[in-house]
Write a protein that binds this ligand. Structure first.
Ligand code: SD4
Length: 332
């Protein structure tokens, strides 16, 4: 073959390969359609993190069993936990930051990918409802700090003192202790509530609310109010939420990752396991690093998995109201 002919032939061949590349790319786009079926066998259904999820689910179930929306269900459900004064990690009674100020994080997401969030909110009992107002009444997704507080007051939320005498005493004891170490987030002291519900129409919404890491630096925001980290919902696929060390969840865009894994065919259980193992792989030292994921797909199937033992979740549907131990990677 002459040199000129060879060059021409190889140029054509390269063109062919490039062309094939283009075809391939288009096919990849098509694959992004969720491959999870949508028969919605298990609806309505609600799941939420930790034992306090049992009470919260009952609040959500009242809404769901009356043909209410998943969005109303998750808001009403987690409000119950936000008002529980004995819960040291959510709402009123939550442990304060290093300076003795209780700051709350929350977010909410509906079946149309609409979402709202508040971070570092003070003096308001129901951050989840403020997050919903951010979603519904503003063009924004997230308000934080003073701006979130001013917005809540403007919307008629009452100002209340979130620091209960019991939490104040615990904070004072911590301050007086010899080493001002932040308590580890472990099976004893993390109880953020994340909730996912599917209503009778098959629509999924989620909510997540917390007072965050006890004795954190003032201004610290964890994963819980961050859409894609503490919570993510895509109605075509399912939803996921997280509990545990927020910094670790954010590092892998935890809940969005779980949903994307389900989009590409993983079951909720498999998706949670992969996300947990990704967290483990991305940290040099996992001592005391607890994270748990909880997920539901659009068929109403659920899964949960954590780095360490101890994570559990509440599941409520017709004729079922139970606390289930999640699977895990490590014993403490
Ligand atoms: C945070 N993920 O602020 C929350 C902590 C948590 O129960 O789950 N607390 O990092």
């Amino acid at each position: 073959m002459s040199r000129r002919k060879f060059l021409k032939t190889s140029a054509l061949a390269t063109g062919g390969i490039l062309l094939a590349g283009c075809v391939q790319a288009t096919e990849n786009k098509a694959i992004d359609k969720p491959i999870v079926p949508k028969p919605q066998l298990n609806k309505p259904i609600v799941i939420s993190t930790w034992i306090h999820g049992l009470d919260a689910n009952q609040g959500a179930w009242k809404v769901l069993s009356n043909k209410g929306t998943a969005l109303d269900a998750v808001e009403q459900g987690v409000r119950i936990t936000e008002s529980e004064k004995d819960n040291r990690s959510v709402g009123i009674g939550g442990l304060p930051d290093r300076d003795g100020i209780v700051t709350l994080d929350a977010c909410i997401m509906n079946h149309e990918n609409e979402c709202g969030a508040v971070g570092c909110l003070t003096d308001i009992e129901h951050p989840i409802s403020v997050a919903r107002k951010v979603m519904e009444d503003t063009p924004h997704v997230m308000l934080v700090g003073q701006g979130a507080y001013d917005f809540a007051i403007e919307k008629g939320f009452p100002k209340i003192d979130l620091l209960t005498p019991e939490s104040k005493t615990l904070w004072e004891e911590w301050k007086a202790s010899e080493d001002l170490k932040k308590p580890e987030i472990n099976s004893e002291n993390h109880d953020t509530i994340g909730m996912l519900a599917m209503d009778a129409d098959g629509n999924i919404s989620g909510a997540c609310t917390t007072s965050g890491w006890a004795y954190k630096l003032h201004g610290r925001i964890g994963d819980s109010p961050i859409i894609g980290a503490g919570l993510f919902v895509d109605n075509e696929v399912g939803g996921a939420c997280a509990t545990g060390l927020g910094e670790a969840v954010i590092r892998i865009a935890g809940s969005a990752t779980v949903v994307e894994l389900m989009r590409h065919g993983k079951s909720p259980q498999e998706a949670c396991e992969i996300a947990v193992n990704r967290i483990i792989a991305k940290h040099k030292d996992i001592t005391g690093l607890q994270v748990g994921f909880l997920a539901m797909n659009n068929n109403g199937e659920v899964g949960a998995h954590s780095v360490f033992a101890g994570f559990n979740y509440a599941l409520t549907k017709k004729d079922t109201h139970e606390l289930i131990d999640a699977t895990y990677e490590n014993e403490w």
